[in-house]
Design a protein around this ligand. Structure first.
Ligand SMILES: Cc1cc2nc3c(=O)[nH]c(=O)nc-3n(C[C@H](O)[C@H](O)[C@H](O)COP(=O)(O)O)c2cc1C
Length: 180
């Protein structure tokens, strides 16, 4: 697949109403190849926890016990949604005490994530990066994914097939480049 075609055609897949499966071997290959992302000092500041299809329900129960302790409807919604997925990735960044190093790590993670989403698209696996508020304001979630003190959960990648027709929101192409 041409690079420009992959960039233009990739889209965030946000429809999870059917039961879906993905090829985990293709997933692991894409994760390996995504590590060619630029990252300062070759710190490779990323870690991934793969929640396989058969473990999605268990993960959902552990997560929503913390995030929605008294809201059985929200627990059920989350369970019903994520158990349809082909899998999920917990996206984890290594944090640094130095502000510059830390910013570099987060930006490198973005480069890694875009590589990954493009490679998944090429491999026939859909994805959507999800950043629910509770991952940033609830420290207890870290234990589910064995987060170390210097690690931060920056989202989940929902993994799907590509059998839905998602609209691709057009970007504004004007006015953000000025000549010096
Ligand atoms: C860092 C990041 C966080 C995102 N968080 C969410 C989210 O919490 N929920 C969601 O539905 N989409 C999320 N998205 C997906 C964007 O909303 C999506 O990229 C946007 O709608 C453009 O669609 P496209 O990716 O199909 O071009 C996130 C994307 C990025 C890069």
């Amino acid at each position: 697949m041409e690079l420009q075609e992959a960039i233009a055609q990739r889209r965030s897949i946000k429809i999870f109403k059917r039961d879906m499966n993905i090829d985990d071997n293709r997933l692991y290959e894409a994760i390996d190849n995504a590590t060619d992302a630029p990252n300062h000092g070759l710190r490779q500041p990323w870690r991934i926890v793969h929640i396989t299809k058969d473990r999605l329900g268990e993960m959902s129960k552990q997560l929503t016990k913390i995030t929605f302790p008294d809201e059985p409807n929200k627990q059920k919604d989350h369970y019903d949604t994520v158990t349809n997925l082909g899998g999920m990735l917990a996206l984890i960044v290594k944090e640094e005490p130095d502000v510059k190093d830390n910013l570099e790590n987060h930006m490198a993670f973005g480069a890694f994530a875009q590589n990954l989403m493009l490679l998944l698209h090429e491999a026939g696996i859909g994805s959507c990066w999800k950043t629910p508020k509770y991952i940033f304001n609830n420290k207890d979630i870290g234990a589910i994914f064995n987060l170390a003190e210097d690690e931060k959960l920056v989202g989940f990648l929902y993994l799907t097939d590509l059998e839905v027709d998602m609209p691709h929101p057009k970007r504004k192409k004007q006015n953000f480049v000025q000549k010096f």
